[in-house]
Design a protein around this ligand. Structure first.
Ligand SMILES: Cc1cc2nc3c(=O)[nH]c(=O)nc-3n(C[C@H](O)[C@H](O)[C@H](O)COP(=O)(O)OP(=O)(O)OC[C@H]3O[C@@H](n4cnc5c(N)ncnc54)[C@H](O)[C@@H]3O)c2cc1C
Ligand code: FES
Length: 290
């Protein structure tokens, strides 16, 4: 059969739609929780940078919300059986989610989105602001040769260094730092109020890595748009490749509603609307018409 040029292998034709049971819902930082649920098929297939839609089985809030894969959970024999997502309590959905106990069911659909590519690089630099660290733990694990993802599991040539530049308003909001530390990720933290790490913004801790690169590097960023714009500008100044994972609000997650569109430039510099849920959420930073 002829390949369809308007279709990509990660499009949600084969996404799973399941009722799953919550196993854990625990606080890991200020207003930040790790939700664990059992879903072996989904856990076996999902790639770093892909996301899931979660929906509570009630009419309000009616629509689901997108959450990045934080980590897959393995059995004693190394089989993926569950998924962790990490969420910040922010509005309607997350204020309800925080009160959901183990045993309660949720609707989940995924894996969704393109995810991060597995292109080899010697130094992978992850840049996160706010709750933007959530897609990076599996990517770091993969590039450090500690975990494999996908069905069949994809192969990623190990990086020599993986760094995380991570900024938040205050130390209590930095969530999951110890998970990155346990993997062997080099940390560069920043807080607006100076309560942990560099007092200031996350681009401040990224800049020295770009100015004095010891190895060929690639930047991957996720967080508030203003931070992504600053990171895109910095990396472009230093001629460093940069991918951004966008957190555009989404309603369906599967390409139908067009609530998630963003302006993406083509080779000629013209732009068109692209759906973040199917053409993204990961884009080359140079392509985004900020
Ligand atoms: C691909 C993707 C991955 C995501 N991964 C995570 C994750 O791992 N952890 C996590 O906590 N959140 C993540 N989000 C955001 C999440 O989907 C919800 O938007 C967020 O949890 C707020 O939902 P809520 O119902 O609690 O708040 P709402 O009641 O929907 O909104 C509260 C306020 O936030 C604004 N808002 C809503 N959604 C967004 C958004 N995406 N960006 C900016 N402002 C917004 C609203 O306008 C409103 O002012 C992700 C989003 C996307 C698209
Ligand atoms: S969220 Fe519906 S098209 Fe992207």
């Amino acid at each position: 059969m002829m390949p369809n040029p308007l279709h990509a292998s990660h499009y949600p034709d084969a996404a799973l739609h399941q009722r799953v049971n919550i196993v854990e819902n625990v606080r890991i930082a200020q207003a930040t929780y790790r939700l664990r649920f059992a879903c072996p098929e989904l856990a076996a297939r999902i790639l770093p940078g892909q996301f899931l839609m979660l929906r509570l089985e009630r009419n309000d809030p009616l629509i689901g919300r997108a959450f990045a894969l934080y980590q897959t959970v393995l059995s004693e024999t190394g089989e993926p059986w569950g998924i962790d997502v990490v969420y910040l309590v922010k509005g309607k959905f997350t204020r309800e989610l925080v009160n959901c106990p183990p045993g309660q069911s949720l609707m989940v659909w995924g894996p969704l989105g393109n995810g991060f590519p597995a292109d080899p690089i010697e130094h992978l630099v992850l840049v996160a602001g706010g709750i933007g660290q959530t897609p990076f733990l599996p990517l770091a694990a993969e590039f450090l040769g500690k975990r494999r993802y996908g069905q069949p599991a994809r192969t990623v040539p190990p990086a020599r260094r993986v760094s995380l530049c991570y900024g938040a308003r205050t130390a209590d909001l930095l969530a999951g730092v110890e998970d990155f530390q346990a993997l062997g990720v080099e940390l560069h933290l920043a807080t607006d109020d100076g309560s942990r790490g560099h007092p200031g913004l996350v681009p401040d801790v990224l800049r020295p890595l770009l100015e004095r690169p010891e190895l060929p590097l690639r930047v991957v960023a996720c967080g508030p748009e203003v931070m992504l714009q600053a990171v895109a500008k910095l990396t472009s100044t230093w001629g460093v490749s940069c991918q951004v994972s966008l957190e555009t609000p989404m309603a369906c997650g599967i390409g139908i509603c067009f609530s998630c569109v963003t302006r993406v430039k083509d080779d000629r510099g013209d732009w068109d609307w692209k759906r973040t849920c199917v053409e993204g959420p990961v884009f080359d930073a140079r392509r985004i018409a900020w």
